[in-house]
Design a protein around this ligand. Structure first.
Ligand code: AMP
Length: 545
């Protein structure tokens, strides 16, 4: 017997319709590529998303056709998120930090029909457009009078002229909630990039899950700044999550330096922000340097790579800002876990609470996780035993776009996505990542967590960034070394830093050497690129004594 409830498909247009009707005057503020501040409301957003939908219908794009974006965080990009998906097409967010050849590969693989780009990427588009035969329309995200003459790009139109003549009256179509809505390729450090194809259902459920109090705790009282760009994983789903709650949205545009982020946060009363640790490091450096305070920020979600405990501590102790350490992947939409305390932890001493906060956290209902050994058997949740992390759930990917399904099936026939991360899970369900499996350091048959080694270095006041990698060793197979960048004006010697490890980790886990570098290579989403670091240090030899 079926239930007798309304069977309304979970579509992204529903989020927009809700935001317009119930939070119509809710503000959306964007720093534009042009440098000025633009502000409008959810009501304006909805009207312009409908104009865009009419434009796409008129241009003959079919259901499921891909509309690509190459753009910073801003209101036009937001309109594309809603207008493209709501009308049944797929919004494909491209990462402008990729190598042009990689971008060309991705555009062709996705068969993008339209590509919308910020004017700052005009030279990039000029360089690649001839190699992208599937793209029939190039849309510059600018006013009609800003469209450059003689760009050499055929079928180039300004966004404002493109949607400008269209009606803002449109009835969002109803279709299967499992229809594709968003496409995002993983950076692909090995082999070709792979596409995660999100559905309306997965996107809407992810928006609900992310709003939960033990996830990001989002509400209509928030002013939210996605400090994560809108190209990786739909800016962690924050724009959709914003519409679901009707919170104020503040987009930093291309100005992602500490000063610009801080000033915008203060000016717009940002209460909640989210981003990778490298962004917050710049922000903290600015705030500490100027002896400033956050007057409205209450919490920030940090994920994408391990958040150093020292950063969690600084935000909390010096600025009264809670860090929500989160874990996720392109393939998991991305939110998988967030570290928040349980009731029984509230009376614990601060240091013990901190030991929980630094973990990658508990699964959000909807996502299930487990760790398995080399034999595929589930490992105990004791907080000590390592295993390969596997996840499943309605917003976890089943198969790559035009590719294979990476899922593995357990003895009960349940299918899991193997994350490629190595983790422990404790008795309370808190997961802690020790490494990407390919970054694990094995010394004398024992694993050393590169994240642990990095976190200790980052707790030293002179260190701005640290990356730990394994180096071949004749006796131990591998030994860790730590490459560090010092803070401007700060000094520390190799010996001092090695001494700093004493008492903070087991003796045999202390790195064999410290290498001082100008910068740690970062990938397209601001994560450390250890493959590149290994390449840079290919002639490095471990000290012999
Ligand atoms: P991507 O799909 O490019 O976002 O990369 C996902 C990977 O980033 C995960 O598999 C982890 O290795 C890493 N990652 C994400 N969040 C965290 C975190 N909080 N701590 C450690 N690693 C993380």
């Amino acid at each position: 017997m079926l239930g007798l409830m309304q069977n309304q498909p979970l579509l992204i247009s529903m989020l927009l319709a809700f935001a317009e009707r119930h939070h119509g005057d809710g503000e959306i503020v964007s720093r534009r590529v042009e440098g000025d501040i633009h502000r409008y409301t959810y009501r304006d957003l909805a009207g312009r998303a409908r104009q865009l939908a009419n434009t796409l219908d008129k241009s003959g794009l079919g259901q499921g056709d891909r509309v690509a974006t190459l753009a910073w965080n801003g209101y036009r990009h937001l309109e594309l998120y809603f207008g493209v998906t709501g009308s049944g097409r797929v919004v494909h967010t491209l990462n402008p930090r990729l190598h042009p050849e990689q971008l060309v590969w991705i555009i062709n693989h996705a068969e993008d029909a339209v590509l919308c780009f910020d004017m700052s990427f005009l030279p990039l588009i000029q360089a690649v457009h001839a190699k992208c035969p599937t793209v029939k329309t190039w849309v510059a995200l600018c006013d009609a009078d800003k469209l450059p003459e003689g760009s050499g790009i055929p079928n180039l139109v300004s966004y404002e002229a493109w949607i400008g003549g269209a009606s803002d009256q449109y009835v969002w179509p109803q279709f299967d909630e499992n229809s594709a809505a968003g496409l995002c390729y993983t950076s692909g450090t090995t082999g070709n990039p792979k596409g995660a194809l999100y559905s309306h259902r997965s996107t809407v459920l992810h928006a609900y899950g992310g709003a939960l109090p033990d996830a990001m705790n989002r509400s209509a009282r928030d002013s939210m700044m996605p400090g994560v760009p809108m190209f990786p994983v739909n800016a962690w789903g924050l724009p959709y999550g914003a519409a679901l709650t009707g919170c104020k949205l503040v987009f930093p545009g291309p100005a992602m330096d500490g000063k610009s982020l801080y000033e915008l946060m203060e000016a717009e009363g940002v209460t909640m922000a989210a981003g990778v640790p490298t962004i917050w490091q710049m922000l903290l450096a600015h705030v500490q340097g100027g002896k400033l305070k956050f007057s409205t920020l209450t919490r920030t979600v940090i994920g994408g790579s391990a958040c150093p405990p020292a950063m969690i501590d600084t935000f909390r102790e010096d600025f009264g800002v809670d860090v929500l350490h989160a874990w996720g992947m392109t393939e998991t939409s991305p939110l998988g876990s967030v570290s928040t305390l349980k009731n029984k932890h509230l009376k614990l001493p601060a240091a013990q609470q901190m030991a929980i906060r630094v973990k990658q956290g508990r699964a959000i209902c909807g996502v299930d996780m487990r760790i398995v050994g080399d034999d595929g058997q589930e490992q105990p949740w004791d907080g000590k035993t390592y295993g390969d992390l596997q996840v499943r759930g309605p917003w976890v990917m089943a198969s790559y776009f035009k590719g294979q399904s990476p899922l593995v099936t357990d003895q009960n026939g349940v299918r899991w996505f193997p994350t490629g991360d190595v983790a422990t899970i404790d008795a309370d369900g808190y997961m802690q990542i020790t490494d990407r499996s390919k970054d694990v350091i094995k010394s004398g048959g024992e694993w050393i967590s590169s994240i642990d080694i990095e976190n200790i270095a980052m707790a030293h006041p002179a260190i701005a960034m640290a990356a730990c990698i394994g180096m071949p060793h004749p006796k131990w197979d591998e030994r860790p070394i730590v490459a560090v960048v010092t803070k401007p004006g700060a000094e520390v010697t190799r010996e001092e830093l090695l001494k700093f490890y004493e008492g903070r980790t087991a003796k045999w886990q202390i790195p064999d050497d410290v290498v001082f570098v100008e910068a740690i290579p970062l990938g397209a989403t601001g994560k450390m690129l250890k493959t590149k670091l290994r390449e840079l240090l290919k002639d490095y030899k471990l000290p012999t004594s």
